[in-house]
Design a protein around this ligand. Structure first.
Ligand SMILES: [Zn+2]
Length: 382
């Protein structure tokens, strides 16, 4: 880690984010292109080695740093601040023992990874593990997997997460590693049957915290340290992660701005409440403000109705104690690419943007602030 930071001092910074019971430092490696301003960057947190006997995961972190320093990652470093924690549990790593509770977060994790992650507000979080022969008494037979946690049920999150997971799986496939999309169902069944696991199950505890706090996109991953040698485990993990990081440079069809598609807070592709802002940093703080208060919008927000085939109405109300300082953006989608004749928001002409995909037009209508308990109305004629 230190050798990497010395060799790549122009793109790297190391921060100590905690110490273990035995006094080992837990370190985070920040990698980005410092010629480009941070306010335009997505923030990514990738955690390896929480479980000390999972030898495969610790090889991936260091290999990922090498990839980030390669020409292939040029655009990723321009658009993103990537923060890698190569070994989250150095004591477990040193003794090659699991070293942390399987069914909840340890104090160590709360004081290091969680505290640190809450301070950086990640857009994307990856929690990378590995399996071998005999994990929990099961032989996983060479399994490598991307895992979608059971955390994500807002907006179009299940669709969005599957879309991104597919890109990770395709990225690994192109390097010769057959990943699957794993489910946490097995672990939930275990919990239901035997009450052996008390909460969350599987490896999603870190992810749960960041989803709940920030609506971060989160994935678990398993590489394999039994049928794969360390170099193969590293290569397979980097293949899947690199594909995801490259996906974070793209503009998704249902978004106006580039970056990780974590911005549908309420609603769906047809009608949604989203963060507002022209930079990644402003959108991030707007996302936090709306996400924290998502439960105090009206029951269907925004409610969309069409009285005919050339206009639509959208309505929503926000019931917070104070106005939404960052405002919000309302998204809506029209079939085809009709000419937009008129848009009104609460009786005035709003700022709006439009983007088209293969079959539709997405409109993004800005509200600079939102006052509590106002019946907000949008009218679109096309
Ligand atoms: Zn694990």
């Amino acid at each position: 880690m230190e050798r990497f930071a010395q060799t790549n001092a122009d793109i790297t910074q190391i921060e100590t984010i905690g110490h273990t019971a035995e006094g080992r430092a837990i370190r985070a490696v920040f990698v980005t292109n410092t010629d480009h301003p941070d306010q335009n960057k997505e923030i990514v947190l990738i955690v390896f080695g929480r479980h000390g006997d999972e030898l495969g995961t610790r090889t991936v972190g260091l290999q990922l740093l090498e990839w980030l320093a390669s020409p292939e990652a040029r655009d990723v470093l321009i658009n993103q601040q990537v923060i890698v924690v190569p070994v989250a549990n150095p004591d477990g790593c040193a003794t090659q023992t699991f070293g942390l509770p399987a069914n909840r977060l340890s104090t160590l994790e709360k004081e290091s990874i969680i505290k640190f992650g809450l301070s950086i507000v990640p857009d994307l979080v990856l929690d990378v593990h590995s399996v071998g022969k005999g994990k929990y008494g099961y032989n996983w037979g060479g399994l490598e997997a991307v895992i979608i946690d059971e955390t994500a049920r807002s907006g179009e999150d299940p669709y969005i997460l599957h879309t991104l997971a597919d890109q990770m799986i395709q990225g690994a496939a192109q390097k010769g590693y057959p990943f699957l999309l794993h489910t946490a169902e097995f672990y939930r069944n275990l919990k239901n049957k035997a009450a052996t696991l008390t909460d969350g199950a599987f490896n999603n505890h870190v992810n749960q915290v960041f989803y709940d706090a920030f609506h971060s996109l989160t994935f678990g991953m398993e590489v394999n340290h039994f049928v794969l040698n360390p170099q193969e485990a590293a290569e397979s993990g980097v293949a899947a992660i690199a594909a995801l990081l490259e996906a974070g440079n793209a503009v998704y069809p249902w978004e106006y701005y580039a970056g990780y598609p974590n911005r549908i807070i309420i609603g769906d592709f047809q009608a949604s409440i989203r963060p507002r802002g022209e930079t990644a940093a402003i959108r991030r703080s707007s996302r936090l403000e709306i996400w924290a208060q998502r439960h105090i919008f009206g029951s269907i927000a925004p409610y969309r109705k069409m009285e005919n085939d050339h206009s639509l109405d959208l309505e929503f109300a926000f019931h917070g104690a104070r106005p939404l300082q960052g405002g919000l953006t309302v998204g809506t989608r029209l079939r085809g690419q009709p000419r937009i004749k008129r848009i009104e928001a609460n009786g005035t002409i709003p700022t709006y943007a439009a983007a088209t995909d293969v079959c539709s037009t997405h409109l993004f209508i800005d509200f600079e602030t939102i006052e509590p308990d106002i019946h907000n109305k949008i009218y679109v004629e096309f």
